[in-house]
Design a protein around this ligand. Structure first.
Ligand SMILES: *Cc1c(COP(=O)(O)O)cnc(C)c1O
Length: 398
């Protein structure tokens, strides 16, 4: 009876320790939030707030103004809106811009993100008509030109997100698409997926266009996720031309996909960090974990290895080199060099150790490679080292 009561009162959704090295792990909640961001969420959430109240006028205000000003400042866009997630952002943009009309998309960009988000299906749900062009591997500007007709409403580009095409391929540069759109008086939209707000080129990541670059290139509407490379809570951010953002705000779906005050509070706090891009790389956990140097990762791995050896004599725990991925459909094909602690227990199998860690308290999620359990220190916080070592000790002791 005691066990039944304990099970009833145990939380289903609870913190886990991410030792997979995958920083933007969708199954583990994507981006973790900093204490400073959560303090703002607590401050706004524990009482009343001016979420829709204009303090200077003393009457009803607008929910989006709390973040649109900062997004304009950071991205250079004329206006901005945040909705429930990027899937919702794409849906409402298509619905507001192209209901009953054609949207031109390359066949190479008709992607599935997972969890039933497929561009053709979202298009159908929005009421827009998909006009596919090109082939899977090659799409040329001429294909867009040939597709434009009286019922064309939008030229759409979609980030390939979770996969990369290599070999005999061609796609159209966003700048060429923008000038084509301008010649025909057609808006251009880019579903950027992850939506990075810092320049990753100094870190050797060449092919991830930043939101700012796309705004500067003249893209009329850019959509991206709040909880991928941006490092915030779940949300879908739309930035672009004022006239289109206004049109989207007036769409009936806007109310259905609007965000709550807690999410707004988190975003405002995160965008404050982005006013100083170098500070953002330090203070936003997802960015600092992705961009930390291999030396820092190795130092943490060494501390973990010695803690494991100290708490569990008889267990092999060696620091090994490996690679980690960004995750969350971000930066496909980019491998980040990392260090992990390879644990080989003597008294139980590696699979059994993995299962015990996963079902322990707190749960520790790790991966298995070559008959060793790998604890990747890229996604571990300094404060989690002891907890992970203790979890290994408890799992080995059974
Ligand atoms: C991740 C992604 C989405 C969905 O974003 P969510 O915020 O997870 O809803 C849509 N389009 C692209 C290209 C993506 O990478």
């Amino acid at each position: 009876m005691r066990r039944a009561i304990e099970r009833l009162l145990a939380f289903s959704l609870r913190p886990v320790i991410n030792a997979t090295g995958i920083v933007i792990h969708t199954n583990l909640g994507r981006s973790p939030l900093s204490r400073k961001v959560l303090e703002n969420v607590a401050a706004v959430g524990s009482g009343y707030s001016n979420v829709e109240y204009d303090l200077s006028a003393g009457k009803r205000g607008k929910r989006h103004i709390h973040v649109s000003r900062l997004l304009q400042q950071i991205t250079g866009a004329e206006d901005a809106l945040i909705v429930n997630n990027n899937a919702a952002a794409v849906l409402i943009c298509l619905s507001a811009m192209a209901q009953g009309k054609e949207v031109v998309v390359s066949r190479g960009e008709l992607v599935e993100i997972g969890g039933s988000f497929r561009i053709p299906d979202v298009m159908t749900a929005s009421g827009a008509v998909l006009h596919e062009i090109g082939t899977t591997n090659k799409t040329h500007l001429q294909d867009y030109v040939g597709a434009i007709n009286d019922s064309t409403a939008l030229l759409l580009k979609v980030h390939q997100s979770n996969y990369r095409m290599i070999g005999f391929t061609a796609d159209v540069d966003i700048r060429d698409l923008v000038s084509l759109g301008q010649r025909h008086g057609l808006p251009v939209m880019f579903d950027l997926g992850s939506g990075c707000l810092v320049d990753l080129k100094p870190y050797g990541i060449q092919h991830e266009p930043s939101v700012q670059d796309m705004v500067k290139a003249g893209v009329d509407l850019v959509t991206f996720s709040g909880d991928k490379l941006l490092g915030g809570p779940q949300g879908g951010i739309i930035v672009g031309r004022k006239q289109y953002i206004e049109q989207i705000r007036k769409n009936p779906l806007a109310r259905a996909v609007r965000i709550d005050k807690l999410t707004l509070a988190a975003f405002e706090s995160i965008f404050m960090e982005y006013l100083d891009p170098d500070g953002a790389k330090q203070n936003i956990p997802a960015l600092s974990m992705l961009l930390q140097s291999p030396r820092e990762i190795r130092a943490r791995a060494r501390r973990l290895a010695s803690a494991v050896k100290r708490l569990c004599p008889g267990v092999t725990a060696d620091v090994v080199e490996d690679v980690s991925l960004a995750g969350g459909g971000s930066l496909p094909g980019v491998e980040f060099p990392t260090f992990a602690v390879a644990v080989k227990p003597s008294s139980l199998s590696v699979n059994e150790l993995e299962a015990r860690l996963r079902t322990g308290s707190p749960p520790v999620i790790a991966r298995i490679r070559e008959n060793a359990l790998l604890l990747d220190s890229r996604s571990l916080g300094d404060r989690e080292i002891t907890a992970v070592a203790e979890a290994v000790a408890a799992a080995v002791a059974g």
